[in-house]
Design a protein around this ligand. Structure first.
Ligand code: PFF
Length: 480
């Protein structure tokens, strides 16, 4: 194969890739979403289902996506064009790249609004806004904390301010390029994120409910996972919890939209992809578990419920931080953690579009970032308004399963439940069923006869596509 080089530059070392890709993977999904879906789906057994999903489905799919990127060396659209030519396949496969750019655009438009909420909560905690809740009766305290959140999301101007700030932070990094921007920022931000997370876990360990948190996260009660709606009269089996774990494993490794593909494009040759992807998956799982270990003991020691849903972080936790000693400090730190995680992920959501625009030769990196960032920012208004002036706009209300979905709910649902799995499915199928196996072998740098290769090939060829298909079929309601 002729040596291709990325016009955007490459990571200065393999660590550069591992840290940046871990930054993409570790995001709101790990710290905001994982704890509440674990809470809703029964704890330990769900955690186990999630770890298995990462190991058997998401990590093999990650390898496939990085392989495509490293071989094509460009943005997802141009990478797919190059590979389609090289492998003599139908041009329809380039659709993977186009869809990736579109999904990245859509996800970032709402990801940035939620990143903005996290930013907005830092001054609220640090200023001690919630420290009065300790002296209030329980109901009033709950009302106060919930009122603070409602007050924020019902105010479009305030949301716009924080969304703008978050988008500017993201654009500043991307505009500086692969080495000076993406690599340098993540090399600084990711260790900081780990330190903050460990401090918070340390704090949770000092509460007397730490063991209850550990128990909740690790005690695998499969009955709760498979029979969630048991009443004394009836008990019905449901695979939904497992499918949620599978879908989450996929989202949390940033798969299906070309983010990992473009990061792979900046990866120098001759570095074990297996080692790198193993490290990224491990770090991602670890952060999710540590986030749970930081959050649940605090929730339990304040007599709160772990199954509060999406509001867990914004509606439940501030109540706990308000009541505990040094709550303003640790609460502030928690939201700093959330911002760091969201920031390093949002960079990877913007990069594929910017890389593609630069490759068309019509834009410099700075102007590409400015234009892409501007349009994403503008589209973010849809999410902002979904929480206030358009909160009653429910365009698919004629279908019962979408009856209550606002524009934001639909955007989230369509991107993470339909477009990402569909993109991911096409990526693994292209890599493992359309590319020459000699080329895949060359990228994996494994002997064909080795057991490791045989296992990996089985996972990538059969298990991963099957798993991703299940997520998709579940999302469109074919299976439950
Ligand atoms: N992995 C991120 C998270 O867990 O929050 C979300 C994400 C980032 C998804 C980048 C897709 C992506 F391309």
């Amino acid at each position: 194969m002729a040596k291709r080089i990325s016009i955007h530059g490459e990571w200065t070392s393999h660590w550069g890739f591992i840290v940046a890709a871990t930054g993409s993977a570790v995001g709101l999904g790990n710290i905001w979403k994982f704890p509440y879906i674990t809470g809703q789906n029964g704890g330990g057994a769900f955690v186990l289902a999630y770890i298995l999903s990462v190991l058997l489905v998401a990590a093999p799919a990650l390898i496939a996506e990085v392989i495509l990127g490293r071989r094509g060396k460009q943005s997802p659209i141009h990478t797919m064009q190059t590979l389609v030519r090289e492998q003599q396949q139908s041009r329809l496969w380039v659709g993977i790249g186009w869809m990736g750019i579109l999904v990245g655009f859509l996800i970032l438009s709402y990801y940035s609004v939620i990143g903005g909420w996290a930013l907005a909560y830092i001054p609220r905690l640090v200023s001690g806004l919630f420290s009065t809740v300790g002296s209030l009766p329980k109901e009033q305290a709950t009302l106060f904390v919930q009122g603070t959140f409602t007050h924020l999301i019902e105010d479009p101007e305030r949301l716009l301010l924080w969304h703008t700030l978050f988008m500017l932070m993201t654009m500043t990094v991307v505009a500086r390029g692969v080495q000076a921007g993406l690599e340098q920022a993540t090399r600084f931000l990711m260790p900081l994120l780990f330190v903050v997370l460990l401090v918070l876990v340390g704090y949770a360990m000092s509460t007397d409910k730490f063991m209850q948190g550990v128990h909740f996260m690790f005690n695998a009660d499969f009955h709760k996972l498979f029979y969630p709606n048991c009443t004394p009269a009836s008990c019905e089996f449901s695979g939904r919890g497992v499918l949620i774990a599978l879908g989450h494993a996929f989202f949390t490794l940033s798969l299906g939209m070309g983010a990992m593909m473009v990061y792979g494009a900046y990866l120098p040759k001759h570095f074990s992809l297996l080692k790198a992807t193993g490290m990224i998956a491990l770090a991602d799982v670890m952060v999710a578990i540590l986030a749970g270990l930081a959050i649940f003991p605090i929730v339990f020691s304040n007599g709160l419920e772990p199954n509060q849903g999406p509001g867990l972080v914004f509606n439940t936790l501030p109540l706990a931080f308000g009541k505990m000693p040094f709550g303003s400090f640790f609460g502030g730190l928690f939201f700093v953690l959330l911002v760091l995680a969201a920031w390093t992920s949002s960079i990877s959501l913007l990069e594929p579009t910017v890389a593609w625009m630069v490759e068309t030769k019509k834009f410099t990196r700075v102007s590409a970032t400015a234009w892409a960032g501007f349009f994403i920012w503008l589209f973010g208004l849809v999410t902002i308004f979904s929480f206030n002036i358009w909160s009653e706009v429910k365009p698919l209300s004629m279908f019962s399963s979408f009856a209550n979905k606002t524009l934001f709910d639909l955007l989230d649902f369509i991107t993470s439940n339909i477009m990402l799995p569909l993109g991911g499915f096409c990526i693994v199928i292209f890599a493992m069923w359309r590319m020459r196996s000699a080329d895949i072998l060359e990228e994996l740098e494994l002997p064909e006869a080795s057991t490791r290769y045989k296992i990996l090939r089985f996972l990538m060829r059969y298990v991963a596509p099957f798993g991703v298909l299940m997520i998709f079929l579940n999302a469109i309601g074919v299976i439950a």
